[in-house]
Design a protein around this ligand. Structure first.
Ligand code: CS2
Ligand code: MG
Length: 406
């Protein structure tokens, strides 16, 4: 079998998604997600100019070889643009292979290790009462675990929550203006506020509900250690991205001071970004998404490396991972023994109409479905009705105007 066509399709049914579609000489097609939020067109150019010409004529069954050819063959390794492009090829090839086999992808990855995938949803509120309502809404949808984020007194806009939004959400923080939205930040105010939020949530929902919180890379190691220690009484399922992720050794200090479980990795691109964290067991959950990590091929290696260190998985699943990227992750989740939890924000109706998917969310559990391949079909006509719209993620400034991590 040979690859005869590879096309990059960009669509914006509410937000931008970049999809690679590979076609073989036997008419089998495969899809891969290459969406890099706020920098979408860089991956489009990488694929169209540098990758698509290399794919034509290759045997789609040679997935590992193609991965190494694109990764090592470029000489310039790693980085989100490169790895999103390679991920799209890798997932499209797994999709083809599983379709040819007539099996849902998870069967090729070892078969199901569980009946369904436990999820967490996002609860956001400008203040605590609004947050409590949002937690109730997520529970009513079926989520069995909830990530809690609130506004911080004195700050106008923080990650996930905006004054003025009727239903605040991480997604609405995305600007489609000519320049990024500016959010504001005060670490001391945040560190004082978070324990009071968790206290209120525990008081309302009791000790059993698994709770998560995302710091979004904003703290120094010392501040992160202090937060991890101060939230210990509230028994978090995980504390996410408590320090900027590129400094792996920073997590040592946090670990020395707290037993709060730690999750990290949504901005990582390769297994090397986890080396110290896994070798020294400095984290409890790996957060990478198939889309930003080079595909299913390296994610399987990461999951096994994590398992050796008794670390579980918690794949990144915000709305900016397309249904193609979500589906790829769900097949891995179902097969992996060390699955932990799956983040699930869902997508707009328009997105679900463009990307028709076999995966389901029922009774609080996700399942990738039984369709051959990854189980997603792209309706190209519907996609064409939603052309690309430029957009940025926000930037973050301290109250004196200094740029801070977002
Ligand atoms: C995130 C995302 O889901 C998460 O945990 O941190 O909301 C992240 O901000 C976006 O994916 C950025 O594109
Ligand atoms: Mg996050």
């Amino acid at each position: 079998m040979k690859i005869v066509d590879a096309r990059v399709i960009v669509t914006c049914p509410g937000r931008n998604f970049v999809t690679l579609k590979i076609t073989t000489d036997e008419g089998v097609t495969g899809l891969g997600d290459a969406t890099l939020n706020g920098r979408e067109q860089a991956v489009v150019a990488y694929l169209r100019e540098h990758v698509v010409p290399l794919l034509i004529g290759l045997d789609p069954h040679r997935i590992e070889d193609t991965w190494q050819y694109l990764y090592r063959g470029a000489y310039w390794r790693r980085g989100p643009v490169t790895m999103a492009a390679i991920a799209a090829v890798d997932v499209a090839l797994w999709d083809v292979k599983a379709k040819v086999a007539g099996l849902p992808l998870y069967q090729l990855l070892g078969g199901a290790s569980r009946e369904g995938l436990r999820t967490y949803g996002h609860a956001n509120g400008r203040d605590i009462p609004e947050l409590l309502d949002s937690v109730r809404a997520r529970l009513a949808e079926g989520h069995t675990s909830v990530r809690v984020q609130t506004g911080v007194p004195g700050l106008r806009r923080v990650y996930g929550v905006h004054s003025g939004d009727p239903v605040p959400s991480g997604d609405r923080s995305r600007s489609e203006d000519a320049r990024p939205l500016v959010e504001d930040w005060d670490t001391a105010a945040y560190l004082r506020h978070v324990p009071t939020v968790l206290e209120a949530v525990r008081a309302e929902f009791g000790p059993e509900l698994p709770l998560l919180h995302d710091v979004h890379h904003r703290l120094s190691p010392q501040q992160a250690a202090r937060l991890a220690k101060s939230v210990e009484p509230y028994d978090l399922f995980w504390l996410e991205d408590c320090t900027p992720a590129e400094n792996q050794a920073a997590l040592r200090l946090v670990r020395q001071h707290s037993t709060t479980p730690l999750a990290i990795g949504e901005v990582f691109n390769t297994i090397h970004d986890y080396k110290t964290l896994l070798d020294e067991q400095l984290v409890d959950f790996v957060r990478s998404a198939v889309t930003h990590f080079g595909g299913i091929t390296p994610m399987r290696k990461l999951f096994d490396y994590a398992a050796v260190n008794q670390v579980r998985t918690g794949i990144h699943g915000p709305e900016d991972i397309s249904p193609v990227g979500m589906a790829a992750g769900l097949h891995l989740d179902l097969a992996a023994h060390n699955f932990g939890i799956q983040e699930y924000s869902g997508h707009t109706d328009a997105t679900n109409a463009v990307f028709r998917h076999a995966y389901t969310f029922e009774g609080g559990y996700l399942h990738p479905g039984e369709a051959p391949g990854i189980g997603v079909e792209l309706d190209e006509e519907a996609a064409a009705a939603f052309p690309y719209r430029p957009g940025y993620l926000p930037v973050n400034r301290l109250v004196d105007g200094t740029v801070h991590d977002w």
